[in-house]
Design a protein around this ligand. Structure first.
Ligand code: EPU
Length: 429
């Protein structure tokens, strides 16, 4: 298990290109199961979760060819519609094979994902929707077993807005017999990206980008080419890091339009943000001002940016209130930020952050993907060195983060698990 060693104190300066979106790529890779013809993808990020998904699809018989950020998938010879526990337990997004497998092959066996560091995260809505479409579903020996000769169109209203739930049901509906209406659908840009690929494959979907998706099922889909949208959370993370360090950073290959809620909050914190069609520049002078926010579904402030903003608030002037409404346990980073000298208290789903003048480097532990990103931001501004353990969480969702931070002038190095490290305290630079 690698660790990251970060010398705090450098202001981030310069320009980097943001990678393709993890949370768009994962459903899109699964969408390849819907056709016997090849799906050619571009702008696929180089991430552990992508490798896990390719491995999972590979075990089912999907052939993939990776060439840099281009991936071609061929699902003409799928012979084993099974997602085993060993892979599902390492990546919950594996549940995204369920809809496409039942839709095209009439059968799927997917291990039930267990609990997770950020919340219980049940998949009852995925099951409810597929059942409404006529699938026979049983849960036995820890597996969801779903069968249907051909799924039928249905009217589905999910109890809450669910991103992967919407994606799973959308992928099921495109090959169902008749019309499916998905009400209360997630409007996240990653859902829209998936829908656009499905349309390129011959699916008929109305209401893309809205909370009411109307799908007219077709008998089969064909192959397609598609470029994955930029990762708005990776972009937001680097913007937060730039703001926290008082830097001047330009991000290329981004879509500022899908980052509005985050950019608004950065401006409220005192950052100067300018943007064009596919770039964003953030400049920050002096300390950030504390900003309060609550997480919510798109287009509101994303839960996937909560931890990173908490790190920014930790060293801001003033006090802020952060309310997490999506996941019940997404404050695991708080204790670690406090180990670095932050002053954060938690009351239920609300965190109260009192900004401090400085943080000081220490050994800390990453607990999940975005928690890891918040620790990186805190470490970049802390006095002295910080060693972040369990960064496999970071590798799941950030494409070469330490290299990109290095380009921006940060001192970040990857150290192997057993290397003995005595941290240098106080300013290093
Ligand atoms: N929920 C249920 N039942 C369901 C589905 C969801 O109760 O059947 C609940 C969840 O427990 C949660 C809420 O509904 O409280 C919303 O969960 P959602 O289903 O939208 O989350 P997800 O689809 O499992 C995706 C992203 C997450 C991101 C959330 C929210 C992917 C692969 N994952 O998860 O990304 O936080 O949407 O936007 O798209 C990350 O990238 O770090 C990450 C965790």
């Amino acid at each position: 298990m690698d660790k990251l060693l970060i010398d705090g104190g450098a202001r981030l300066n310069g320009e980097i290109t943001v990678s393709g979106a993890k949370n768009a790529t994962l459903p899109i890779l699964c969408a390849s199961l819907l056709s016997a013809e090849p799906v050619q993808l571009e702008n696929v990020p180089n991430l552990q979760d992508v490798r896990t998904m390719l491995k999972l699809l590979g075990q089912m018989g999907v052939r993939s060819e990776v060439n840099g950020n281009a991936v071609t998938l061929d699902a003409s010879q799928v012979d084993k519609p099974v997602a085993p526990y060993e892979l599902v337990k390492t990546m919950r997004a594996s549940i995204l094979v369920l809809g496409p497998l039942v839709a095209r092959f009439g059968h799927a066996q997917v291990s039930l994902p267990g609990g997770c560091a950020i919340g219980a995260r049940p998949v009852d809505q995925h099951i409810k929707g597929l059942t409404a479409m006529g699938a026979q579903i049983s849960i036995e020996h820890g597996f969801i077993d779903a069968r249907a000769r051909r799924l039928k169109g249905a009217h589905v209203i999910t109890d809450m807005i669910t991103v992967t739930g919407t994606e799973n049901l959308l992928m099921a509906a495109v090959l169902a017999d008749g019309e499916t209406v998905l009400e209360n659908a997630a409007r996240e840009p990653e859902v829209t990206d998936l829908a656009n690929l499905l349309v390129a494959m011959g699916a008929r979907i109305d209401g893309i980008g809205t909370d009411r998706l109307v799908v007219h099922g077709v008998p089969r889909l064909h192959g397609a080419r598609h470029a994955v949208i930029p990762d708005r959370i990776e972009a937001g993370t680097f913007l937060c890091a730039a703001a926290a360090t008082g830097g001047d950073v330009t991000l290329r290959g981004v879509t500022p339009l899908i980052l509005e809620a985050v950019i608004d909050k950065l401006r409220e914190a005192g950052a100067q943000v300018s943007a064009g069609d596919d770039w964003i520049r953030l400049r920050m002078q002096g300390r950030a001002r504390a900003v309060s926010f609550r997480t919510s579904e798109y287009p509101a402030f994303p839960t996937d940016m909560q931890a990173q903003f908490m790190a920014l608030n930790a060293i801001a002037t003033g006090t802020s209130q952060v309310v997490e409404t999506i996941f019940e346990n997404r404050f695991m980073h708080v204790q670690e930020l406090n180990r670095l000298g932050a002053n954060i208290t938690i009351d239920g789903n609300t965190a109260l952050v009192t900004g401090v003048d400085k943080l000081s480097g220490a050994k800390v532990m990453a607990t999940d993907l975005r928690a890891s990103a918040s620790l990186v931001i805190a470490a970049l501004v802390a006095d002295g060195q910080t060693l972040i353990d369990r960064i496999y969480h970071l590798d799941r969702g950030y494409d070469r983060m330490e290299i990109k931070l290095g380009v921006l002038g940060a001192s970040v190095s990857r150290v192997s698990a057993n290397a003995p490290i005595d941290l240098v305290r106080g300013a290093v630079a």
